[in-house]
Design a protein around this ligand. Sequence first.
Ligand code: CP
Length: 333
Amino acid sequence: MGAALRHLAAFADLGADNAAKLLSVAAQYKRANPNPLLSNKTMGLLFADPSLRTRTSMDQACFRLGGRALGLDVGAGTWKLEVDDGVKMDADKPEHVREAAPVLSQYVDGIGVRAFSRSGSIAEEDADQVLQAFKRHATVPVLNLESAREHPCQGMADVLTINEEYGRCQGVKVALSWAPHIKRLPRAVPNSVLLSAAAMGCEVTVAAPPGYSLAPGVLAEAQQLAAASGGKVVQTEDQAAALEGCQVLYAKAWGPTAAAAPADDPQLAHWMPTLSHFDRAAAEAIFMHCLPVRRDVEIAAEVLDSPRSRVVSQAGNRLYVQMAMLAWMYGQV
Ligand code: CP
């Protein structure tokens, strides 16, 4: 029997100890390009949803490690993909993951997959069906490029950014605050920010209006990680309370838990961070967001353009964290 594949489909595949190791490896890779650890390796990157940062930073991460990336747009240049088991495939999806994943595994050395939540339901998020199907059927390591439940590449880049700013994550006070949007966005990013920050010892307050809480399963996992790391995870519906003394304001839109709730509720517009939202924060507090961001809908332009904003360097950190993740997946870390 060969060694078990090192999938990275969820934070749980990595765990807190490996996550801490990856932060230090990513920081090294930022200082100096590593040896070509992935020479002659190809990553197949399947995108069922659009991307600017993930697609380009993964391509570049493979290149800098001496490998290559092969980007595939699912349903636009490849066949549409069925992931449900037991269905009669008489609709618009001519290929099943049961064949696609093992076939691709014969051509490439790893498979990255981006597939957002379609319904926004907690059940779909918990099942994380597409990533789990690839994990089951691929015979090479699988990397999550943002799924229904998690976006580990983003969460790890975010804790690298916090670590760079404060020289540590332990005890850093993070307000993870819901923000308004015109669309029902998935919860994968806030889920991963929460899991990574809790595992690295941050004190995270998740602030969201009634009806917009994160899923109980993710909150419970984050509580466990925080208990082990000496961090803290609390929830509130009071944004002002969350901002009190925070050192990081991480704002992000995500959808309501009830299917019937509107995505765009004008009553909640005051949740959009402006510079005045920093009045209660620590003097040195920084602003973070995963991007893309709708200016003056989700976040005030004055915040994004202010010296507090780290959104560009935060996105830059995706490259180094993903290089470290790839190195880990192939046993080089
Ligand atoms: N934050 C992030 O994943 O950006 P993209 O959707 O552009 O990849």
